[in-house]
Design a binder for this molecule. Structure first.
Ligand code: OGA
Ligand code: FE
Length: 334
């Protein structure tokens, strides 16, 4: 089971003013798939059986029947954006070093049946909901049975051929129509497998760092872009005008490879009911220092420099002036 390009084009998604190319859609048996993965280039893999066992069954009725009483992590938001934040970086009594921060989303533990009821009864003006829960053995036999029937050989071969590290988790995403996960990057390789409904994914390579203005690493929104795609503030973020990315729409059976450190913005179609995705997060390959360095390795270096300076200076406000003093007139001229 997989979707074709025509089906995808008819779905309703948000309008953004960004230059985008199309991500290639390639049959899972085509050697070009691995060629792209090897080079850390995104690819939409069609016709694989990675999550076929789930595509045929997993929908809200099925989850209600088999997972009704089990608690799941649900995020709530007053608008369509669900911008992730790291709770460990927020100022609190137990974390005096954290950042003062008022989150725009909140996290709740909710029974699956309650979540589904709220989604079904949702009306404009209500808080939006987004379930994001790591799959594990407590999910019950029905889910586990389909989970073990995932095409682990297919995933394992990709992992092996590209020397990725271990599988760290599979997150189950159940989204309301029109929810958005704003632009961010993760420090893991991702096979993003669509099960129900349609999602549009906009990706940017790691070298678009300057155009996407990530929050500083100490901030709860670390790894997230500061630019609001709905209303970009070009005076604050002028290089966002030049950002160049690629996009695709994924439907049931499609698997999108999101390379490590690649930026991604994910939105569920505004029609057609809730969407369901399971991702496969793998550790990257062990670092080999070969020159020229890859763009994502440079992002990793920047993160480490930033972390080191924060650690020794003990005050985020000192990082900028110190770097400027070090660079201006010394490393800024050819
Ligand atoms: C991911 C991710 C967001 C979503 O899998 O890394 O960012 O809304 N998913 O599916
Ligand atoms: Fe992500």
């Amino acid at each position: 089971m997989t979707t074709n390009k025509k089906e995808c084009e008819t779905k309703k998604f948000r309008k953004y003013n960004i230059q985008l190319e199309q991500i290639q859609r390639i049959h899972y048996q085509d050697p070009k798939v691995n060629e792209l993965i090897k080079n850390n280039q995104p690819v939409l893999i069609t016709n694989s059986s990675l999550v076929k066992s789930a595509c045929e069954k997993w929908n809200t009725d099925f989850f209600e029947k088999y997972l009704g009483k089990i608690n799941h992590t649900v995020y709530l938001s007053n608008d369509h954006n669900f911008k992730y934040f790291d709770e460990k970086k927020v100022l609190s009594e137990t974390n005096p070093k954290g950042v003062e921060f008022t989150p725009k989303t909140r996290r709740l533990d909710m029974e699956m049946s309650e979540f589904i009821k709220k989604v079904k009864e949702w009306k404009s003006g209500d808080e939006r909901l987004y379930l994001q829960h790591t799959l594990n053995a407590t999910m019950g036999n029905a889910i586990v049975a389909d989970y073990v029937k995932f095409d682990w050989r297919f995933a394992g071969e990709i992992r092996q051929k590209n020397n990725w590290g271990e599988l760290t988790s599979n997150v189950l995403f159940i989204s309301m129509e029109g929810n958005v996960t704003p632009c961010h990057y993760d420090e893991q390789q991702n096979l993003f497998a669509q099960i129900q409904g349609y999602k549009r994914c906009i990706l940017f390579p790691p070298n678009q760092f300057e155009c996407l203005y990530p929050h500083p690493v100490y901030h709860p929104h670390d790894r997230q872009s500061m630019v609001d795609f709905d209303k970009p503030d070009y005076s604050k973020y002028p290089k966002f005008k030049d950002v160049k990315g690629c996009e695709t729409v994924i439907g049931p059976g499609d698997v999108l490879y999101i390379p490590i450190y690649w930026w991604h913005h994910v939105e569920s179609s505004m029609e057609g009911g809730p969407t369901i995705t399971v991702n496969f997060w793998y550790k990257g390959s062990p670092t080999t220092i070969e020159y020229p360095l890859k763009d994502y390795q440079k992002v990793s270096i920047m993160r480490n420099v930033e972390k080191m300076l924060l650690e020794v200076l003990q005050d985020p406000k000192e990082v900028g002036p110190l770097l400027r003093k070090m660079v201006d007139g010394r490393y800024t001229n050819p």
